[in-house]
Ligand binder design. Structure first.
Ligand SMILES: C[S@@+](CC[C@H](N)C(=O)[O-])C[C@H]1O[C@@H](n2cnc3c(N)ncnc32)[C@H](O)[C@@H]1O
Length: 271
């Protein structure tokens, strides 16, 4: 089985910085996975599900694909065809160079001819400045384009092998009764943000409170210093802080450019 340390198609918020630590901790907790069900509640790109299945081969792994990322994967060969054609169209440009109006016109004309097989997120990562996204091809008209087309061919073979896929809201999924030992992987969007492919991915205060109400150990909860979850965990006066009693906290530092950085946390509660 091939191991992926990053998702096969771009996905903002994927836990690639945590993969090594995640695999170590999940191995310690679930061994080869026998008797375990691992539920990746906020599955996003499926990167955690893939790694959980890779590391704990005998586990039942449920990838909750709320954004329909698996649909993007199912169309990866079409996206790969477009990537190759874009590479030819931008051949005279250096990496990250701004694309001139005449080439931009050709690109847009080409993409419009492929309208039924467009992966807007992947195309955004190829043609927009870092972090920019479009949701419709027409959004490119008003945007400056850059040559950020990937040179590595796209491939997702074996990525979701052996993983069960669901498409449920987290509350429906977490209310389902599961037998045996169950580990929840909880990587919710930051509060008051929208994330992903669908329009209804807004995650507000009520969602966060609902999630706290449904959480039971063992779980792995992912967050960062952009949220105040770790402060809450360390402050016994908050109503929900007991959910995290006895947990272990692991952190990684992420550099953004030369000056800014932020920390990501993995909060592990075993029982
Ligand atoms: C931080 S991302 C998860 C990233 C993922 N762990 C990865 O490595 O790719 C949070 C995900 O939760 C999804 N989401 C938003 N609202 C949700 C809901 N009500 N139920 C389940 N998932 C939801 C978002 O669309 C997004 O894909």
């Amino acid at each position: 089985m091939k191991k992926y340390n990053k998702a096969p198609l771009p996905f903002q918020g994927q836990k690639r910085n945590f993969i090594k630590l995640f695999n170590e901790q999940i191995k310690k907790l679930c061994g080869d996975g026998s008797g375990w069900t691992i539920v990746d509640v906020f599955g996003g790109s499926g990167l955690l599900s893939h790694n959980a299945k890779y590391t704990c081969r005998n586990a039942r792994v449920i990838y909750n694909d709320y954004d329909n990322y698996s649909h993007r994967l199912a169309n990866i060969s079409k996206t790969e065809g477009i990537r190759k054609d874009l590479l030819s169209l931008v051949a005279v440009y250096k990496k990250k160079e701004k694309i001139q109006a005449d080439t931009k016109e050709k690109i847009i004309e080409y993409l419009n001819s492929k309208n039924n097989c467009i992966d807007c997120f992947t195309l955004s990562s190829y043609l927009l400045f870092s972090g920019g996204t479009i949701t419709d091809l027409s959004d490119f008209d008003s945007r400056a384009l850059y040559n950020r087309v990937a040179v590595t061919p796209l491939n997702c073979s074996g990525y979701l092998d052996g993983v069960e896929i669901t498409h449920l809201s987290f509350d429906k999924l977490m209310q389902q009764k599961l037998t045996g030992k169950v580990l929840y992987l909880l990587d919710p969007p930051y509060i008051n943000t929208q994330q992903g492919y669908r329009k209804d991915t807004y995650f507000g205060l009520l969602d966060q409170l609902k999630l706290f109400g449904l959480m039971k150990p063992p779980f792995m909860y992912f967050t960062s210093d952009k949220s105040e979850i770790v402060e809450m965990v360390n402050n016994a006066n908050f109503t929900f802080s007991d959910i995290f009693n006895g947990c272990e906290i692991f952190e990684t530092k992420n550099q953004v450019g030369k000056k800014a950085s932020y920390k990501d946390f993995l909060i592990l509660k075993k029982s």
